[in-house]
Design a protein around this ligand. Sequence first.
Ligand code: GUN
Ligand code: ZN
Length: 445
Amino acid sequence: MKGFRGAFLDFIGDPFYLSELESVRYFPDGLLVIENGIIQALGNYVDICAIYPNISVTHYRDRLILPGFIDTHIHFPQTEMISAYGEQLLEWLNKYTFPTERKFKEKTYAKKIAAFCLDELLKNGTTTALVLTTVFPESTDAFFEEARDRNLRMIAGKVMMDRNAPDYLKDTAKSSYEETKNLIHKWHQNDRLLYAVTPRFAATSTEEQLQLAGQLLQEFPDVYLHTHLSENVKEVAWIKELFPHCTNYLDVYDRAGLVCDRSIFAHGIQLSEAEFKRLSEANSTISFCPTSNLFLGSGLFKLNRAKSPEEPIKVGLGTDVGAGTSFSLLQTANEGYKVSQLQGHKLSPFQALFLVTLGGARALNLEEKIGNFDKGKEADFIVINLQAMPLLALRNRGEIPKTVEEIGDRIFALMMLGDDRAISETYILGDRVSPSVSSTPNTIQ
Ligand code: GUN
Ligand code: ZN
């Protein structure tokens, strides 16, 4: 058994719908107790210490401890092509993305990039992610192996794509079904790993392939569905041409049985009101990826509509690296704040922090396992230095605040100014992650 002392903040409710008092939990001087990687208790230091008087305690003085961040949409093979200049979605895919993903047929290469990507995530305080690999099952094995070696809770899947892609990157409806099935048997519920059936997006799948993806969801009722939806105007027009009999983009997935409470759709920028309604009714998730949406010029996600109290939709934040421009969910929240501002709405620091912790866990149906410091949950957490850089230290002067209002202000500055430099430690199942072990980038061939 071990203890960690510091300032702790997490969520017990959704601050989009509940007051701060009802949703935020803050202990300016708290103690977290962990046994075998599982949380036993969190409370005021003096209270918890009285219950566990002999426990050995690591004291993080003047540090803020948060649940590990959750990234609900990222492509690990796109790590090396982050910040590819000048194109919007469809041209960007053809010019940069497909040629890069071709390299991941080779497993040793895929392992190196997976290791680099996971190190980058952990450095940024992200302890769980929903991840696309490539069409090659070797790349999916590579990612899962690296994640398992690090004891991580990760969700991933092989990309299914049997048309409108270069020949070197295409599977067939049948081969994608077989390969996905094998990967589910191999990796789903293997340690902390989970599988997501992953048709890339409607444009790169035949109807037959989408139907088979739906069949897999029937055969394996607890795997996820992960894909892209309604990101870019030209893309939406193309989907209309490819599926003229469908009423809208979401309907393409719906007809294949892909719209359910374990479905995660990235983007959803161009959605109609009918599609928002259907997503709410199905209890599906949208992954909001602001750095990507701005970088590719895709548009502004209507977060306020998605989180409407009348027809709520589960939402998480996604980096969407490599269309996204940062591994940091702090920087992602920063851009999310600005996307909301441009639409006349305020994304509060607590709402943003909720999206990357408990909200992310709910978006991935993992609330029983991660997302806050409730007893029985897995002890993935991060230690934040609210004064990590001179400017942040000037803005966040003084001691760790005692009130929720003041800590909210410091967290807002952290999101606007902070990145991986503010993450001092990352813990997985109660163990500190040691510094990066992956090869230096110049040695990756
Ligand atoms: N839509 C289909 N594939 C992709 C991808 O790799 N990135 C993004 N942002 N959108 C996509
Ligand atoms: Zn994506």
